[in-house]
Design a protein around this ligand. Structure first.
Ligand SMILES: NC(=O)c1ccc[n+]([C@@H]2O[C@H](COP(=O)([O-])OP(=O)(O)OC[C@H]3O[C@@H](n4cnc5c(N)ncnc54)[C@H](O)[C@@H]3O)[C@@H](O)[C@H]2O)c1
Ligand SMILES: O=c1ccn([C@@H]2O[C@H](COP(=O)(O)OP(=O)(O)O[C@H]3O[C@H](CO)[C@@H](O)[C@H](O)[C@H]3O)[C@@H](O)[C@H]2O)c(=O)[nH]1
Length: 434
């Protein structure tokens, strides 16, 4: 098989498919990325992925190429994992990468083949692509398409791919279903549920899952706003409502909100697509989910300003975290960097430190100040902001910072520190909704 698009999703999928016993050719059009992958190195940080990749590159079961002709010759089963970022100036997804990857592999296919979409796409895409590939391929009607959305989380990508919660197969062909069941034989044998459905439902399962997760986070962040006004503690509230199995405690961590290459752009693409198909009212609540989320970022900038006594310009601020979540170096739509940039715009002297995302952060936000260690970031800081809950930040104690900082004020943007411990040590502690 081939895996077309070897970014966060595709590189993981390719290595995991090799681990499941398949011969895999990864295809991408980014030469630097291919060069790293060919040497068995991941171009980004994802726990456990480099080991898996290196193992299968060394065994020869996993190779990489930039050639669609080679891909079409190599296999008649192709997983498409290219990006669907937010289009600039619009909420809609930019489908140009998906369209060009499907066209290119279809045009290169001289024999019948199965193209399996894994990218997150607006509902209606698969039906459109089925028509496109049949039209442009020399193999014509021999080109089959299935939609198999991916639910992996960064930071847990290998585990989530090898042991998924469920496998969704959008296909109405029993032959295609059987073929994909063989691809995923191992997780299926381990008991992973398989949902076989039509194209629109398969596409919508993915969109709905991310909309639900975003809603859960913004719900608890809305409760955090209420707790702040009323003097409550949202972490206790989340524990208490989470004991109800119908609600569940997971994804109820209030903080500076969701970021990354998925939830923010996926809820916006969902709103855009719903508008196109005439059901915008069904998802207008997502506008509010997005607003609550973005309000947490401006709220953090305001909180830092208050901790600095209202004067931000020229003040030294330590920002702990740049990645959108721990155990990842992904800085796409990162709340931490957005907040750091907000303070920078107000004239703060910001020093950002992240254990893995420094390089990507500096590329995305070159104007920010960076420190190459936690100690360097907090040295002389008048306020410390914990914005991504890496293990080394969660473990911080006042003793680690005393004598280094210039002001004992901390904003715990992920509610991971013990407020009593910090207050007892003479710090001004501020969390989110507690
Ligand atoms: N990152 C995740 O955790 C995750 C999880 C589930 C689903 N998804 C979805 O998967 C898709 C990919 O996301 P990602 O995070 O891996 O993006 P990414 O930007 O990291 O990777 C996309 C890759 O596709 C390559 N590419 C673009 N056009 C190409 C073409 N025509 N031919 C070959 N390669 C091409 C790029 O060079 C890049 O390496 C998106 O639709 C995303 O929403 C992502
Ligand atoms: O209680 C919580 C849980 C998460 N987050 C934030 O939400 C964002 C997204 O986290 P997470 O969902 O764990 O990361 P992703 O890797 O973006 O994964 C999401 O997006 C992927 C791409 O579509 C899907 O495949 C996954 O199932 C879905 O969880 C991060 O900024 C987190 O800090 C919170 O603020 N509070």
């Amino acid at each position: 098989m081939t895996v077309i698009g070897t970014g966060y999703l595709g590189a993981t999928h390719a290595a995991a498919m090799a681990e499941l016993g398949h011969e895999v050719l990864g295809v991408d059009n980014n030469p630097a990325q291919l060069a790293a992958l060919r040497e068995g190195r991941t171009p980004f940080f994802e726990p456990g992925l480099e080991e898996l990749l290196a193992k299968h590159v060394a065994s020869g079961r996993l190779r990489f190429s930039d050639s669609y002709a080679e891909a079409a010759d190599f296999a008649d089963l192709h997983f498409i994992c290219v990006g669907t970022p937010q289009r600039s100036g619009s909420y809609a997804a930019d489908m140009s990468y998906v369209d060009s990857a499907f066209s290119a592999i279809a045009e290169a296919s001289q024999r019948p083949a199965l193209l399996v979409g894994k990218s997150t796409v607006p509902v209606g895409t698969a039906a459109r692509l089925q028509e496109l590939i049949t039209r442009v391929s020399p193999a014509g009607d021999g080109m089959q398409l299935a939609w198999n959305p991916e639910f992996l989380r960064e930071g847990f990508a290998v585990k989530d791919t090898l042991h998924p919660d469920r496998i969704v197969l959008g296909t109405e062909s029993s032959e295609t279903e059987q073929r994909l069941r063989e691809v995923y034989a191992r997780p299926i044998a381990e008991g992973t549920p398989v949902v076989v459905t039509d194209f629109p439902t398969a596409e919508l399962v993915k969109t709905a899952a991310n909309a639900f997760l975003a809603t859960k986070i913004s719900f608890i962040n809305a409760m955090a706003e209420v707790c702040e006004a009323a003097g409550g503690d949202v972490t206790v509230l989340a524990d208490a409502i989470g004991h109800d199995a119908r609600i569940g405690r997971r994804f109820l961590n209030a903080g500076v909100g969701f970021g990354g290459g998925c939830l923010p752009k996926d809820i916006r693409a969902f709103m855009a697509r719903a508008g196109e198909i005439g059901v915008d009212q069904a998802v207008t609540f997502l506008t509010e989910i997005d607003s609550i989320n973005l309000r947490r970022r401006t709220g953090a900038v305001d909180a830092a300003g208050e901790l600095l006594g209202g004067q931000v310009s020229g003040r030294r601020v330590a920002v702990l975290g740049a990645a959108f979540k721990p155990d990842s170096d992904d800085v796409r739509d990162s709340p931490a960097l957005d907040i750091a940039a907000g303070l920078h715009v107000h004239g703060a002297d910001v020093r950002v430190y992240d254990p893995k995302a420094m390089h990507r952060a500096a590329l995305a936000y070159p104007a920010l100040g960076y420190a190459d260690s936690l100690d360097a970031a907090v040295d002389g800081a008048e306020v410390v902001l914990l914005l991504t809950e890496w293990a080394e930040f969660r473990a911080l104690t006042p003793a680690d910072l005393d004598g280094k900082v210039a002001g004992k004020a901390i904003f715990d943007g992920r509610n991971v520190l013990d407020p009593a411990q910090w207050r007892e040590a003479g710090w001004t502690y501020r969390g989110v909704g507690r």
